[in-house]
Design a protein around this ligand. Structure first.
Ligand code: BGC
Length: 744
């Protein structure tokens, strides 16, 4: 034994002496550029190609000979997904992969809080690092174009400015854990129907003003280390190997130095993948029977077929060197990052981040009195009610399940019913009210009519005896109900909820409706329901956040990140027939152009049922008159718009003060106004604060197709200060003189 030890230390000593000078690619003190170049110079062509494609569902090859590790990825974006089998989509049934489910990104967007976005990124990054993931597949920043899109819940709403501001801290804080963000789905994956092939056509203006800004902010400000291509086509070419999107815009114009990863199965052609900006191919389908290789992944487009093209000189070697460089850079930033922390999952700190985001993201859509009394129904004070009836499948459903790739396996989960029970104790009774079937991806379970009727009957009977009813409904991440792979089939609530709501309010006017969804829904009963709360998908601590807001422990401060059209035809995407949405199955044209969301409602004077930026509070905020630091400015100068906001009620609360700007020069078609700033402030009763926004020429620009660049006209503009996009409290006119352009 002793001899063995001596021999062992001799061998080790000799090894360290021989390696006193580390290969450059392993020397962590040297610059990343040097290490990447050195590693690349030692690799064979075969090894470089191997970096570019999957070796399992969620990992890619390393270079074992050089000690370069594999890359491990996981969904994203609301928590770290449970482990998936090596070769298929089944769960691997590990016992150590339960995590925190954070609120869905629509809820994060509804907080209007960059600080909470940073906290989200930091916490999810720590969980990803603990689970040994190098790339987290998120955040999603596709723009909410239509409430029918099955995946809106994974995105940050309809406004490019809001999504841009909010995605940046998420990415930055996530990446501090040595985990790359993979911002998805680049670009124009705005519907699930026909997502694998629909060819999106739109103007350059809509592309640059609406659909690209959040990706641009993610790259230029967030410094995201990876981007996921979208499934769909854009202007005739698949987005995962799209010369215009990936080579021209992402890599050339924005100088992106990270990796472009396909969406799973989004690669379709070796030549295009080699030439048009793709770096890593994941999730392509090989059935294991017709495959020509022993190792089926070798049949991927960027695998042997790419190697052969390189060997035959059909594509230049510079393509593989560029891809391998980007992948090595990603490795040095993540798996080979010496500073990466250990991470942690499901900690009290992460739970409090999840709860806080829920607290601040829940939106109070409506709060009135059920009778003509002055008092509003919410908050529900415990001492006022003895019999509180909770109704609804969503009150007990595990909404971390379903939805597609963002599905999560939680360590802990507080359902709305549990949250309300711990707030109100045994005053709470429960009736399911409606049934919606199991979460099934790509399938739906039929609920027999007799079941629907008997559940409804039971709830209505119990509602007759209750002091107040809290109905928790909405969508539920089943197929067609906020789920990847399919759009919603109708704008209305599913599973007979409309009928249930109508019947409940007939027998009990004290009804609070909580909608859990990532999308707007039609509300034919809206005038009959005194209190409506938009509760999103809130993750592990969701029930707690909901109970906090309903009870008044937390004063709601969430604001809608998208408009709720009264009916579907009021939404811009649906105003031009099928060619605009969903397309003719081959192609679609975004005919509403730049008039997405509130830009459409405002400009076409079609009021939304609930407007972008809307969200009530249990207190009231008084806005002073906004003022500008100067009447006009030019060139690179700036002006300041100031406004004083006072909490004029009796409860402490938070308000999101919103700045919109409208171009009144009349020189170019523009939306009435566009969001250009916001500030969320906390105010004690009676307290007031001055909020100040800086406006620069950049905030006034539009994308000028004639010059292929951003431009600004000289003339009159108007600043709107409001509590929502339609609750404008004051406006300030100013002029801008474009002497930069004049000098040209
Ligand atoms: C989704 C992506 C996801 C990937 C891996 C795809 O179907 O579109 O968002 O990251 O699967 O699960």
């Amino acid at each position: 034994m002793k001899n063995k030890l001596i021999l062992g230390s001799l061998v080790l000593g000799a090894f360290f002496q021989a390696n006193a000078q580390l290969p450059v690619y392993l020397d962590q003190k040297l610059s990343m550029q040097l290490r990447v170049e050195d590693a690349l110079s030692r690799m064979t062509l075969e090894e470089k190609v191997k970096l570019c494609y999957a070796q399992s569902k969620f990992s890619s090859h390393g270079v074992p000979r050089l000690g370069i590790p594999e890359i491990w990825m996981s969904d994203g974006p609301h928590g770290v997904r449970a482990e998936i089998n090596w070769n298929d989509w089944g769960y691997a049934n590990w016992t150590n992969d339960s995590i925190t489910a954070f609120p869905a990104l629509t809820c994060l967007a509804a907080t209007w809080s960059p600080e909470l976005s940073g906290a989200y990124g930091g916490a999810i990054g720590a969980e990803a690092r603990f689970r040994k993931k190098d790339i987290l597949l998120g955040p999603g920043v596709n723009i909410y174009r239509t409430p029918m899109n099955g995946r809106n819940f994974e995105y940050m709403g309809e406004d490019p400015y809001l999504a841009s501001i909010l995605c940046v801290p998420y990415i930055q804080e996530l990446q501090k854990n040595g985990v790359a963000a993979c911002v998805k789905h680049f670009a124009l994956n705005n519907q699930e129907l026909w997502r694998g092939h629909i060819d999106v056509r739109l103007s350059d203006r809509a592309l640059h003003e609406i659909y690209l800004p959040a990706f641009k902010a993610a790259v230029l400000e967030g410094e995201a280390w990876s981007i996921m291509g979208a499934y769909n086509k854009v202007r005739g070419q698949h987005a995962c190997h799209n010369d215009f999107l990936l080579n021209k815009i992402l890599k050339q114009d924005w100088g992106f130095d990270g990796v472009v990863v396909t969406d799973w199965g989004g690669c379709h052609d070796t030549y295009e993948a080699a030439m048009y900006g793709l770096d890593m191919e994941m999730g392509s389908y090989t059935n294991g029977l017709t495959t020509e290789s022993e190792f089926t992944y070798d049949d991927y487009y960027l695998a042997k077929p790419y190697l052969t093209m390189l060997q035959n000189g059909e594509v230049p070697e510079s393509t593989i060197n560029d891809k391998a460089t980007r992948i090595l850079r990603t490795l040095y930033r993540t798996a080979m990052n010496p500073e990466k922390p250990f991470g942690a999952v499901a900690t009290p700190e992460h739970y409090s981040v999840a709860e806080e985001i829920g607290n601040e993201g829940i939106v109070l859509l409506k709060n009135s009195s059920p009778s003509r009394k002055a008092e509003k129904l919410l908050p529900l004070q415990a001492d006022r009610y003895n019999n509180i009836l909770v109704v609804g499948d969503n009150a007990v459903r595990f909404l971390n399940e379903g939805g597609g790739s963002s599905e999560l396996k939680v360590k802990d989960m507080i359902s709305p019913l549990e949250g309300l029970r711990s707030m109100y104790g045994d005053k709470i009774k429960f009736a399911q009210g409606y049934a919606s079937g199991r979460p099934m991806y790509g399938n739906i379970e039929e609920i027999p009519q007799s079941v629907t009727e008997s559940l409804r009957h039971e709830a209505v009977e119990m509602a007759k005896k209750a002091d107040v009813v809290i109905m928790v409904g909405g969508l539920n991440k089943n197929h067609y109900q906020d789920c990847e792979g399919g759009d919603r089939l109708s704008y209305g609530l599913p599973f007979g909820q409309n009928e249930l709501i109508e019947e409940l309010q007939k027998v009990n006017p004290n009804i609070v409706l909580v909608l859990l969804s990532g999308n707007a829904v039609e509300m034919p009963w809206v005038n009959k329901i005194p209190a409506i709360v938009q509760g999103w998908y809130l993750g592990s601590m969701g029930g707690k956040s909901l109970a906090n807001v309903i009870s008044g422990k937390v004063n709601p401060s969430g604001k809608l990140p998208f408009s709720f059209p009264a009916k579907l035809s009021d939404c811009g995407a649906h105003a031009f027939g099928e060619i605009s949405y969903p397309g003719d199955s081959i192609m679609q044209e975004y005919k509403e152009d730049i008039l997405v969301g509130y830009r459409w409602h405002d400009t076409k004077k079609i009021p939304a049922l609930f407007s972008f930026g809307h969200g009530l509070s249990y207190t009231t905020f008084e806005y002073g008159n906004a003022s500008a630091s100067a009447k006009s400015f030019s060139g690179n100068e700036e002006i300041r718009i100031n406004v004083t906001v006072k909490n004029s009620g009796k409860t402490a609360g938070k308000e999101v003060i919103q700045l919109y700007i409208g171009d009144e020069t009349g020189k170019i078609m523009r939306p009435v106004k566009e969001l250009k700033g916001f500030d969320k402030i906390a105010l004690q009763p009676g307290e007031q604060k001055e909020v100040s926004f800086i406006v620069k020429a950049g905030d006034l620009k539009y994308y000028d197709e004639a010059i292929g660049d951003w431009n600004v006209a000289s003339g009159k503009f108007k600043a709107y200060i409001g509590s929502s996009s339609t609750d404008i409290r004051s406006t300030v006119p100013f002029t801008y003189k474009n002497d930069l352009l004049v000098k040209k």
